[in-house]
Design a protein around this ligand. Sequence first.
Ligand code: PEP
Ligand code: MN
Length: 366
Amino acid sequence: METKTTIEPLKNWDIFKQRPLLMTGPCSAETEEQVMETARQLVAANKVDVFRAGIWKPRTRPNSFEGVGAPGLKWLKQVKQEFSIPVATEVATEKHVYEALKFGVDVLWIGARTTVNPFAVQEIANALQGVDVMVFVKNPINPELELWVGAIERIMKAGVKRIGAIHRGFSSYEKTAFRNQPQWQIPIDLRQRLKDLPLICDPSHIGGNRAYLSDISQEAMDLNYDGLMIESHIDPDTAWSDKKQQLTPAALAEMLDQLILRSVDSSDTQFVSTIDELRSQIDIFDDQLLDILERRMQIAETIGQYKKKHNITILQSNRWQEIVNKAIRKANNKGLSPEFISTILKAIHQESITHQMKVMNEHEKI
Ligand code: PEP
Ligand code: MN
């Protein structure tokens, strides 16, 4: 069932000045000095629209720093008063919501480990009933769009209108260069589902390392994200959490100043007609791809009938491995990555098996 509730477009939020909306600040609030000095430097560099700091930290293993807790809220209040900027923190329980609101926190976000749990999200939603506060929902740690949409719907149903999403990547068992896989298609699909939903990228938790922040931020800007949440610490190497991915305010400013901000649209008629022409070529190729796939599946079905007649199994691993290896070799000369080719071939192969399976087992079903 779709929830029919309104989402306030980001351009109407008072915290929004220009794209990208910058939510910057340390991973965790550690001490009063660290919080105030980070805020001071970010404000001086003009690189903070909303000051973020984790007060309660969800940690994977016990015995890690789990946040300073409620005492840190008065430092956020001080940032808000001294620099006249809105402040944000993560909430995971109703108690967190009440305490954060008591100290005037303007923006709450639900962390990736909380979004996965509908009980926890509902508890937060209940605590937010009738409260006029801004809320961002981070993606769940597992790549599941429905869980993300569901969490957003729960908060919307509580009457929160200024609601947005934060894309912080998805975890995987394999060790990869990035801490969390971006899987850009998922937030893109989310935006298709919930029009007007403000979408913020969190390159810090996707990359897990400050070396990747610039590339991930640029990619987010090119995908027309509304903002960036980036962790910044006055002395990253001594940070109590996430030290590898934090940047000093000065380094953050330098990185952000180098981002290229492209516009979504152009009124230049020459540009529009060139793009239209190129897009119509893409449409033609997409149609051709579909026709080719249809024909490939028809052949697969014919093979299925033939194998059935001769009592041969569907899956023949040697033949399949040959196809993949050959395609990867060819693709290399065409500028197509081995990952892409192997993903696409796997999907085609799976569909072929489904078609052959249908043909081979047809009469048993009658
Ligand atoms: C954070 O923003 O510091 C945090 C804990 O994020 P996530 O929920 O994305 O892991
Ligand atoms: Mn962090």
